[in-house]
Write a protein that binds this ligand. Structure first.
Ligand SMILES: O=C(O)CCC(=O)C(=O)O
Length: 258
């Protein structure tokens, strides 16, 4: 599975500009991947107080655009997340679109990040991020979700071999980002493919360092703090090999855990 992560800056509260920019990113793709991964809230950024104006109603418009890109370039898109306006409120929603342009998954961020006031403006999700592409069991989570190992483990117990992470992770805690991602890969013996944004908004500077980690905890590729496309080529059979070598899933003692 060849993957490409779009580590980008995001224009604060300006979906039109961000969609145009993303369009150019797709046009400039070389080395055509099977899967493209985008960052969290890539259409709006963290302009939370204006979400009522700028969030996409049912994410319909952004889905149509993603579907066209997926078909045009014949690749699957883990479409970061977008602000989705529903009757109940706004969710921070990851969309997964397959190469035929179909919506395979929508996952609403489960753990809202109080330090950035998410709980004041967003509704939290209550379902897992597991899905399949090309018959492979995969899963996705959003940013702060990676601080909850029990949540990623829940998805791995459903059989996922890859954890996709989309984020707007601030630079002051970028060491946590890297350590948490490495840990999620090692403890779950899965690939972790994590796309962060770069640049800054009125309140935060974001750290980049998008990363691809294998199920042994080795870094396959890693970006710096600049805009870039991070490429990687992964072999999912490594997950089965490592899960056989150290049978963590067989050796679990869930009756002892809280
Ligand atoms: O957990 C963190 O330090 C960052 C989380 C975050 O920025 C987010 O979930 O948007």
């Amino acid at each position: 599975m060849k993957v490409a992560l779009f580590q980008m800056d995001i224009e604060f509260g300006d979906p039109k500009t961000n969609v145009e920019k993303m369009d150019r990113q797709f046009e400039q793709l070389t080395n055509m991947p099977d899967v493209v991964v985008l960052p969290e809230l890539w259409t709006t950024g963290y302009d939370l107080s204006r979400l009522d104006e700028i969030a996409d109603r049912n994410a319909d418009q952004v889905f149509q655009t993603l579907s066209q890109w997926a078909k045009k370039y014949q690749l699957h898109i883990i479409a970061g997340s977008v602000a989705k306006q529903t009757d109940a409120g706004v969710t921070n929603t990851m969309l997964v679109v397959d190469a035929h342009g179909n919506l395979v998954k929508d996952y609403d961020k489960v753990h809202l990040f109080r330090l950035m006031n998410e709980e004041k403006y967003l509704l939290s999700g209550n379902k897992t991020g597991t899905f399949q592409l090309d018959q492979q069991p995969l899963s996705g989570v959003i940013c702060y979700d990676i601080r909850f190992p029990e949540w990623t483990r829940t998805q791995m117990l459903d059989g996922a071999k890859v954890l996709f992470v989309v984020a707007q992770w601030p630079k002051p805690r970028i060491d946590h980002w890297r350590a948490l991602l490495m840990s999620r890969a090692i403890e779950n013996q899965c690939f972790v493919i994590a796309c962060n944004r770069v640049g800054s908004d009125p309140n935060n500077t974001f750290g980049g360092q998008s990363i691809i980690v294998n199920p042994w905890g080795e870094v396959i590729s890693e970006a710096g703090e600049e805009e870039t496309v991070l490429y990687g080529d992964i072999d999912l059979s490594e997950v089965d090999d490592i899960r056989k070598q150290i049978p963590v899933f067989t050796d679990r003692r869930p009756s002892l855990y809280k």
